[in-house]
Design a protein around this ligand. Structure first.
Ligand code: FE2
Length: 387
């Protein structure tokens, strides 16, 4: 048996060696702010990678050597298959052209590194990829929300196709995009690859972690694939007049549940977010934003399970005092729009269904919402005045 396993492992290594060096997943844009962006992609073999950046002007990408940004760790370029390159010092509200490169590492010794082929995105036969930084002074902003597709890429494609994606500043994935996190291939193949095909090379997506993304041994890698400004699944950002607080409600059942295999510690995790949330709500960035939106996969209402009860207990008293204009939730696979003042929330809560796409246009004085079903049927059209 051991000999057979050894033989299979050798065969697998030989097959891998024989494969051409290539980009398997991505690139996709993460963590975009007014002056930063992170570009993420995966190669089938270890590599040293970089991003070349060019202004979005009339010059050809080949007009001159473009500035390079590497993935480094304390001054050394990293070797790996997951490439996650953060570019800082960008201008706000600015479109940039970019090109990704990976240079295969064929030998890795203490004092010798061997290199193989180099792969890159095309800038000759195709237009170079672009991204645009955020702009907090922009009068209006637009974004679309999808959640709970549970690796149904076909559904994701249908929903995104209804959004006029080029008009959206970003897409928000509000959790349970994957049914669990077992491996890189399963998670990226489950929804990220489709997002890349539909938009994510040029329009960023923001993730709110769902309870299903906490499941499986690969779930510990979550933040490496979906990096945030805090290094945690909960974070905040602003675009145009809107300030977004993205919370992580963790799992829905008690931590001791058999499904969690004695590994869940979400009661403590939710409590740890209270300090962070309190600081955010007291920050000038939050207070000065005309529109305040909270995002959380598990809704604090319409459920009598332990997770939602905890969320309601911990987060709602703080949010009720903070002048929130809208909460976006998911998880229930059913559409609910709950007016402010109901279910102990003094702000409206939109719980988006798994087969709907919600689109938002936010200005200083109002939030416009349009929810469509997967076949384009109107589910909700609503305008919320902002005071
Ligand atoms: Fe969920």
């Amino acid at each position: 048996m051991r000999k057979l396993l050894l033989l299979l492992s050798l065969l697998y290594s030989a097959m891998l060696f024989a494969q051409d060096f290539k980009i398997l997943h991505g690139p996709y844009l993460q963590g975009v702010t007014e002056n930063e962006v992170t570009v993420v992609w995966v190669t089938n073999k270890e590599a040293v990678s970089w991003v070349e950046l060019a202004p979005d002007d009339e010059s050809h990408f080949y007009a001159e050597e473009r500035q390079r940004f590497y993935q480094t760790n304390f001054g050394k370029k990293e070797i790996g298959t997951l490439h996650k390159i953060k570019i800082s010092g960008l201008e706000k509200a600015t479109r940039y052209r970019y090109r990704i490169y990976s240079k295969e590492v064929t030998a890795k010794e203490h004092y010798y590194i061997g290199y193989g082929k180099t792969v890159a995105t095309n800038v000759y036969r195709q237009k170079p990829l672009t991204f645009r930084t955020l702009d907090t002074s922009q009068a209006n902003m637009k974004f679309a929300v999808v959640n709970d597709i549970h690796e149904n890429s076909e559904l994701l494609e249908k929903l995104i196709s209804q959004t006029n994606i080029s008009e959206q500043d970003f897409v928000l994935f509000n959790g349970d995009m994957a049914s669990n996190m077992f491996s890189e291939e399963q998670v990226l193949g489950g929804f990220v690859d489709q997002a890349v095909r539909s938009f994510a090379r040029e329009t960023p997506f923001f993730m709110a972690r769902g309870n299903h993304e906490t499941r499986g041994l690969f779930s510990t890698e979550y933040i490496n694939y979906f990096p945030t400004s805090t290094g945690q699944p909960y974070y905040a950002f602003r675009q145009g007049p809107a300030f977004f607080i993205v919370l992580d409600g963790g799992e829905d059942k008690p931590d001791s549940d058999i499904e969690y295999h004695s590994l869940a510690d979400f009661d403590n995790y939710r409590e740890s977010q209270i300090k962070w949330l309190t600081d955010v709500l007291q920050s000038e960035d939050f207070k000065q934003a005309p529109v305040k939106v909270v995002v959380m996969h598990v809704p604090p209402i319409r459920s009598t399970w332990h997770g939602p009860i905890q969320i309601k207990k911990h987060f709602i008293p703080l949010l009720n005092k903070a002048g929130i204009h809208l909460m976006l939730s998911a998880h229930l696979h059913k559409h609910f729009y709950i007016e402010a003042g109901n279910d102990d929330c003094n702000f409206p809560v939109l719980i988006n269904s798994n087969n709907h796409v919600a689109m938002f246009s936010i200005a200083k004085q109002e939030i416009s919402i349009k929810v469509l079903s997967e076949d384009g049927k109107s589910i909700l059209t609503k305008t919320i005045p902002v005071y």
